[in-house]
Design a protein around this ligand. Sequence first.
Ligand code: FAD
Ligand code: N01
Length: 555
Amino acid sequence: MSSQVSSTTNSDKPSPSEVDVVVVGAGFAGLYLLHKLRAQGMRTRVFEDASDVGGTWYWNRYPGARCDVESMQYSYSFSEELQQEWQWSERFSGQPEILRYAEHVAERFDLRRDIQFDTTVTAAHFDEERRCWNVETNRGDRVSAQFVIMATGCLSSTRVPDFKGLEKYTGKTYHTGSWPHEGVDFTGQRVGVIGTGSSAIQAIPVMAEQAAHLTVFQRTPNYSIPSRNSAMTPEYEQQWKSDYEAFRDEARKSKNGVLTNPNDVSAMAVSEAERQRVYEARWEEGGTYFMASFNDLATNQASNDTASAFVRDKIRSIVRDVDVAELLAAKDYPIGTKRICVDTSYFETFNRDNVTLVDVRDAPIEEITETGVITGGRSFEFDAIVFATGFDAMTGTLLKIDIQGRGGRTLGEKWEAGPRTYLGLMSEGFPNMFMITGPGSPSVLSNMMVSIQQHVDWVVDGMTYLRSGNLDTIEPVREAEDAWVEHVNEVAHQTLYPQANSWYMGANIPGKPRLFMPYIGGVGTYREECDEIAANGYRGFRLEEARSRKIEAAE
Ligand code: FAD
Ligand code: N01
């Protein structure tokens, strides 16, 4: 392959013009990819928009940000030394600690030297003749690579709704997903928060302690379970560390990649008293484990109704103002079908004198003015507005890149009616381009650390298989992809999930195709399917024999 032009970069050495693999993104997926690819002797260049590693945990620095999968589980399992040496200070760690962990991983495995920060990949075009990807960045880099891997994240394109008049507002604005590094001091300020999803539910209690007054604009109430977060105890840590491999293995085979102690009984199979006892115990235990109270909360409306009603009653018992409590109690979608939230004193926060809840469901935000927000004919003045309005999830970041596959067809054209992938790993017409936790894989329905590592292992194994078999490209066969898309859809519709207007369905973005994007068949089942496909010579994929090498040799 001939050399392409390469530009100067911000790293200590310029980007090479040709590598084996370009990885886009240096979050947990990109970091593990780089480590693993290096071990296979593949020359790899990682491009990252941010100034350092961490992805989600680099960008989402809003007050109260933390994981809701226990830290002993929301961590890498690929290195025994790493998992033994790292110490988490809390059951659910906060963003600063998770970011420190990502930085530690980068240092420990000497990863930064192959990552080019402050660089956005703008284009990736497949060269059919040469069977390689030509990748371009906003800094003028041009790199060609046999493989390109999109480790771009499912929740990495923030979204601010197109509010009329937004540009006129003269106060400060923030988005939870791109929070200032120096933090924000809201002391003495009148603050408006738009949104009541997971991010808002974490941020609101912390901001309410600082602000003079906090006004929360809610369109859809959310079900939230108390986290019962606590300091890590040496006993608990040791319990995990003494048998880490067994725990990790169980997580890999589980439904969601998390050990939730699932109760394999239908909510309808037990008495009302027993149901209440189980819900009460799970509520006290805290966290997303609540959704594992019974085995059919995601699939049986009657069962789900009992869990939804339990949480609504809890809200009513916490929030003193009955009207506010009713507004906060979700009623028109089943619990868990929008992502279940986990909080620390969220509902209690609405008992504070300096917090007001404004319902914008029937009277949407009409306009943002120079000084605040107008809704339902009322105007609110703010020193700062916080947009906790979420992301263009799963597809938004990929579609921002000018990705062109065979015949110059763009990914946007191919995905016009919604994402189409085989296993959430690849899309037909885009050979040698992989996605980590892409649409059509368990992804955001799982402990992402488990799903990220499974994808990275599968992808790197696949690349090694290609190389050892003197093969150039791998690409899904159309029929296999169509069947997978249908399967993903079919499985989703066996559950209650499609009932909610969630970002899983693309419903938070006007005009985005409505279909359930992640694969709900379960992490363990999905892993088996991927492994079986690989073991059968990558069934459903077309593998092309090495031609480029012959051409190169002839040149
Ligand atoms: P990301 O961390 O999103 O990293 C992708 C990176 O790619 C980003 O740094 C981005 O800047 C970069 N990038 C994107 N496009 C380009 C481009 N064109 N050029 C260059 N760089 C690019 N998951 C859980 O399992 N448990 C949790 O408790 C949990 N908590 C979460 C809390 C928050 C606030 C959010 C937003 C998400 C949470 N998630 C959680 C999901 C979380 O996104 C994943 O767990 C995980 O961090 C994703 O890692 P990633 O590397 O795949 O993607
Ligand atoms: O975003 P969201 P998020 N007018 O899309 C509202 C992960 N995460 O950043 O529901 C008024 O959930 C919107 O209202 P509605 C997790 O996977 C995890 O909070 O569309 N309101 C909603 O209330 C999560 O699911 C953690 O009616 C408007 C909110 O904005 C994902 O990231 C923590 C509006 C957006 O909520 C995204 O969470 C944080 C408008 N025009 C994030 N437009 C953990 O704890 C939107 N909204 C693990």
